[in-house]
Write a protein that binds this ligand. Structure first.
Ligand code: ZN
Length: 215
């Protein structure tokens, strides 16, 4: 049976994902060798599938995008400025083009004393992508989601009601999930967070915070 991650990888390979979701998957792939192996298996299966399909049955755009992805030809445009060495060490390569002036060149915003976030400049505004820095032992308020939420752990780890997530883990949440992610004590947690709609904070505090949440 095909897993949710495999479905997401298939969508990524076919170019069906919007920029924000594709960025989350690309970041996951850059950090997780086993996901890259899954991807290669899916690509091989996809190639075999295409062998049996009349290309005329596919739209030109989808076919071109899919073949580009499968050939590994799709990538960041050349001549983009690279961020500094520290940033390249801390961020996987798919994120570099979104932080050309490095982590310090991003506009960080504090959410209380323990959580900071910096918005990444997606061209496609249907999603919002941020780097989220959470101090060890602290977390994000309990919330649910009006859309999709993709979280990739870049360093450190966090846990919520569904388990623990370490470097390279991708968590996908939707409106059926209500959770309270907390960074594990001892190390700060840096994540990529991508959402297709503002988070909806629950509980009493949410009533005050939700109107202030920007997208
Ligand atoms: Zn969430």
């Amino acid at each position: 049976m095909i897993t949710d991650l495999e479905l997401l990888l298939l969508d990524y390979a076919s170019g069906a994902l919007p920029e924000g979701a594709a960025l989350a998957v690309a970041t996951k792939l850059a950090m997780d060798p086993s996901a890259r192996t899954d991807m290669q298996l899916l690509e091989a299966a996809g190639g075999a599938l295409f062998d049996g399909i009349d290309p005329e049955a596919l739209s030109d755009d989808l076919l071109a995008t899919t073949l580009d992805r499968l050939d590994g030809e799709a990538g960041p445009p050349a001549l983009l400025p690279l961020p500094d060495e520290d940033t390249r060490r801390l961020l996987p390569a798919p994120l570099w083009r979104y932080a050309p002036r490095g982590l310090d060149g991003l506009r960080w915003r504090d959410w209380g004393r323990n959580v900071r976030e910096a918005v990444l400049p997606l061209a496609d505004r249907s999603h919002r992508a941020t780097l989220l820095h959470i101090r060890g032992g602290h977390g994000v308020l309990q919330h649910t989601h009006h859309g999709m939420e993709y979280t990739v752990v870049l360093s450190g780890s966090f846990r919520d009601e569904s388990g623990q997530y370490g470097p390279g883990a991708l968590q996908v949440c939707d409106g059926t999930v209500r959770h309270k992610p907390i960074a594990d004590p001892g190390a700060d947690c840096l994540c990529l967070g991508v959402v297709s709609a503002p988070l909806h904070f629950t509980g009493l505090v949410g009533r005050f915070i939700n109107p202030k949440v920007r997208f």
